[in-house]
Design a protein around this ligand. Structure first.
Ligand SMILES: *Cc1c(COP(=O)(O)O)cnc(C)c1O
Length: 354
């Protein structure tokens, strides 16, 4: 069962909506004690592994809604600008519903796995000599002038689908987490999670809301620096965005929740990326490690006071937005290459250090 069927009473669907699904959602929420140890006493850290969605990122939650509604409304083509995962997801859901998909990407700035996905699903992929923000401007105009449905997160159905992530977290924990950490790029996801938590509280399913902790990459941190970044730079390509579409909604989520949006450097992202893989056993793409890098940095700043004397432990949920296999080049680049020896057991044993 996908997220529409599971949560349809919270979503703008009717009996007439064709449900285009790849059985997205219901992703693991796993406990990560090696990270909790770095946060401090009295905290539990949980990782929401969104890389286990059908196309390997959280974008599938929003795409099942956006494509279902597009088909309901009679569309036969969807279009998106993408740093990679939106195009992978749009291409798959378009293939599933047999409609056309057009994808505009910044040339040379897409992780290889994501490009492969868009191509193999049969999307028309067009690379522009420009960045994501320019690509988004182009597709916005295209969808105004031509009969193609825009499926970026400015499409409100994307946000509706993505808010199911917060429902799943609350259903699993039995309450909202105390803190909710996630990377912020175009800011659709922070908008969606905050909307989901608020709606769940209104329905009486949870009794309090989390503190939202958003993190941007230092070279691509428009919300933190309160200015549009013309040439954003970061190894975390999924959040390499200088003018987020949901800027204001992200600030609202931060302010209404008493939270923050701060930045982490590429070095801190890579450190968290390796820590997650080596110590927790979870391989994510660099952008996804931003949430963990963020809470580790805040812990060092003393943001999480000793909670061991409180009656209740505090939960921190980090959203791990996409799978590590999307961007294998990055993993290889930041690690030592395998040593080559002769095909001889003695040489292998010596090298293995046994
Ligand atoms: C899209 C994406 C993000 C950023 O989400 P926004 O909704 O644009 O803020 C972060 N990480 C990954 C892996 C993504 O695909």
């Amino acid at each position: 069962m996908g997220v529409i069927e599971r949560y349809k009473r919270y979503l703008p669907v009717t009996g007439k909506t064709p449900i285009i699904t790849l059985e997205e959602g219901d992703t693991p929420l796993i406990k990560a004690d090696p990270i909790a140890e770095k946060i401090g006493p009295g905290y539990d850290v949980w990782l929401k592994c969104e890389g286990l969605n059908p196309t390997g990122s959280f974008k599938d939650r929003g795409m099942t809604m956006a494509v279902s509604k597009a088909v309901e409304e009679g569309a036969n083509a969807v279009v998106c600008a993408s740093t990679g995962n939106t195009s992978a997801s749009a291409a798959a859901y378009a293939a599933r519903s047999n409609i056309k998909c057009i994808v505009i990407i910044p040339e040379g700035a897409i992780a290889l796995g994501k490009l492969a996905q868009a191509l193999i699903h049969g999307a028309k992929v067009i690379a522009i000599r420009g960045n994501f923000d320019q690509a988004l401007e182009i597709v916005r105009e295209m969808s105004e002038k031509y009969p193609v449905t825009l499926v970026n997160s400015v499409n409100p159905y994307r946000i509706e689908g993505q808010k199911t992530g917060s429902f799943e977290i609350c259903d699993k924990l039995g309450h909202a987490p105390f803190y909710h950490a996630l990377p912020v790029g175009n800011a659709g996801n922070i908008t969606a999670y905050w909307k989901g938590y608020k709606e769940y509280k209104e329905k009486g399913n949870i009794c309090r809301l989390p503190v939202m902790l958003g993190f941007q990459a230092a070279g691509s941190a428009p919300i933190v620096e309160k200015r549009v970044i013309k040439d954003p730079e970061t190894i975390a390509t999924a959040i390499k965005i200088g003018n987020p579409a949901s800027w204001e909604q992200a600030e609202n989520a931060r302010d209404e929740s008493g939270g923050l949006i701060e930045k982490v450097t590429d070095e801190e992202i890579i450190e968290a990326y390796k820590f997650l893989a080596e110590r927790v056993g979870v391989f994510v793409e660099p952008a996804s490690a931003t949430s963990v890098a963020g809470i580790m940095k805040k812990a060092q700043d003393g943001y999480f006071p000793d909670n061991s004397r409180e009656r209740k432990r505090k939960d921190i949920v980090c959203i791990l937005t996409g799978h590590g296999l999307k961007d294998p080049d990055r993993a290889i680049k930041c690690l030592e290459h395998p040593v080559v020896v002769n095909a001889d057991i003695d040489d292998v044993i010596k090298e293995a250090g046994l």
